[in-house]
Design a protein around this ligand. Structure first.
Ligand SMILES: [Zn+2]
Length: 285
């Protein structure tokens, strides 16, 4: 059981006297969630952490196994409220519906998710796709937990996973990009005869699919720099060959932030050396 995504304990206490304290209902949940105004919730509508005080009525927030809408809210004043106890874990769920909230210390920033919040998001995605939920664990090679990458851009989350965990549509998409890259001579000089082998192996990995999904959504109008979060360490194949995809998509630089703690940039100009370089012109000797 993933410790970080279980209902947290509620502590019944007196409402703070601060006017910033209030309570807010989430959907059909019977018990209100008592939080401070700054407490971040993951908003599906804004694709971002949103302080509780900024949530709108009807705004959708993530819950276990689905979504819920924010209902009525009211200031608690002096009446007793439930105060969410934040333990050491980075994310947790509250109440019967398991609303995804986050430790209030997280910085809410557009298109990037600070701290460990992003790994709650990848775990959400894992749960929705039947993959193992990791909690605080970091995948290691051959542990069969798969890999989930996510890009926060254009107001959406663009997820990638490995080919064996993809649905048919996702695999078709990656194959289509393989063909497009091949037609554009992106693999020229490399021994690439089939999708998913040799220099095109990286297309079967999570990082590449997140980039492809983003490119699809952006209809090719991609940003020059991006952040890709991946809950597994980037493999050697991806490190070597991802620049081919960046160049193909017109992305200059991707910063990878991996769950294990590594962070590094990959540039479109870091192109690998072809295994079979074309014959060099006569030097004139
Ligand atoms: Zn890889």
């Amino acid at each position: 059981m993933n410790r970080s995504i279980v209902p947290c304990d509620f502590a019944t206490g007196r409402g703070h006297e601060s006017p910033e304290d209030f309570r807010r209902d989430a959907g059909a949940q019977s018990a209100p969630i008592g939080v401070t105004e700054q407490h971040p919730f993951w908003s599906l509508d804004r694709n971002d952490w949103v302080p509780a005080g900024k949530l709108h009525r009807g705004e959708r927030v993530l819950v276990a196994g689905g979504t819920a809408e924010v209902g009525n809210w009211e200031r608690a004043g002096e009446e007793p409220v439930y105060i969410i106890e934040v333990e050491g874990d980075h994310c947790y769920r509250v109440g019967q519906q398991g609303v995804l909230v986050h430790n209030a210390s997280v910085a809410v920033a557009p298109e990037s998710v600070s701290g460990d919040a992003v790994w709650c998001i990848t775990d959400e995605f894992r749960a929705s796709r039947g993959l193992p939920v990791l909690g605080g664990a970091v995948p290691v090679p051959k542990d069969k937990t798969g890999s989930v990458a996510v890009i926060f851009k254009t107001g959406w989350r663009h997820f990638g996973l490995n080919s064996k965990d993809r649905n048919a549509q996702e695999n078709q998409l990656a194959r289509a990009y393989y063909q497009r890259m091949k037609d554009a001579n992106t693999f020229e000089g490399f021994n690439v005869v089939n999708y998913g082998f040799g220099a095109s192996t990286f297309l079967t990995h999570s990082e590449a699919l997140s980039l492809i999904e983003y490119n699809e959504h952006a209809k090719g109008a991609v940003a020059s720099t991006l952040i890709v979060y991946n809950d597994r360490e980037t493999c050697g194949k991806c490190l070597t060959y991802l620049p081919l995809l960046l160049k193909f998509l017109g992305i200059q630089q991707v910063t990878f932030i991996n769950k294990g703690g590594s962070q590094f940039a990959v540039n479109a100009t870091d192109l690998p050396s072809p295994k079979n370089p074309p014959p060099t012109p006569e030097s004139g000797v």
